[in-house]
Design a protein. Sequence first.
Length: 365
Amino acid sequence: MSSMWGERIRLSIFGGSHTQAIGVTIDGLPAGEPIDLEAIYEQMARRAPGQDATATARKEADMPRILCGYLNGVTTGAPLTAVIENTNQRSKDYEDLRVHPRPGHADYTAFVKYGGHNDVRGGGHFSGRLTAPLVFAGAVARQILARRGIKAASHVLSVGAVREEGFDPVCPEDALLERLSRAYFPVIDEAARGRMRAAIECARRDGDSVGGVVECIVTGLPAGAGEPMFDGAENLIASLVFGIPAVKGVEFGAGFGAAEMRGSGHNDPFYMDETGGVRTRTNHAGGILGGITTGMPLVFRAAFKPTPSIGIPQDTVTLPGGGSAKLTVTGRHDPCIVPRAAPVVEAAACVAVLELLARSGLLNG
Ligand SMILES: Cc1cc2nc3c(=O)[nH]c(=O)nc-3n(C[C@H](O)[C@H](O)[C@H](O)COP(=O)(O)O)c2cc1C
């Protein structure tokens, strides 16, 4: 399984939904970086399950235990490993799924690839639970970036057909980013949360699920980070964000909307600010040109599909070779992944940006 990522900041994420623990090793972190554990717990709590009716009822404290790589409040430079205990498994809910794969989940493809030896309990290594270690890594990266004036935030842009306004991609307010980066179910317009909750509740009552979009912004980036073609900022970010289960699309700046624009409307006009810095008046590029950061805010969106596990009876098959069958999924599931996924997308952005800066030699200082 390829659950390792990165060249300079190397992640290895391990475990499964119902194994004893899940965790992450982060190698390549600069030494002597102060890491505030409370700030890490705050980020973990934003993703933790069991907080409200829009999420799975499975309760997990998600308290990470650091095994190594951290001493006297700072990184040592050695690999930093953290584990998170799984304490609330109900494995019997999943016994049937080895032979009756859930439509939309990875049960079938994992069965084929691993010859039925994969851990199917709670989705095993394919579970959304594996995003907890990613949030840990992101919380570490976030603190290292913050010390260099770089901030990340995200919000739930849409749930189903319910949508709120997007970020100001040119000059987002620091106070807004600060609020969003600490919130559970972050939204720019607080009134939108209620409408989104209602859409999730409506799907849940029907035994169904709903998808949505998370928008993420990173500010304070220097211009000049990234490489052309295959090692660009977009490539790096997308490769991590596509590692988040249920992500089916990633777009930067104007994204797919750019296809409907003219060059005269899409091109971001340059100007020089009072300090001599080069800026753009609009930011359809999402802060990236030619794979290299422009110094404007980096803006991207991740589209999440509706949660595969739904309570409505569905068509499946009996593996191996047992013909067609009906499946009603039981167990505890998120009727909508998106509210809990927002801090995960933000974490992925922080890790990717740390890697981007390290590769471009811009991490020092
Ligand atoms: C935070 C989070 C929570 C998730 N919760 C569930 C869940 O409760 N039930 C479920 O079937 N899928 C859930 N998923 C999605 C599945 O893990 C994912 O759809 C599955 O592994 C198949 O991978 P793919 O959708 O990327 O193809 C969750 C994903 C995330 C990011």
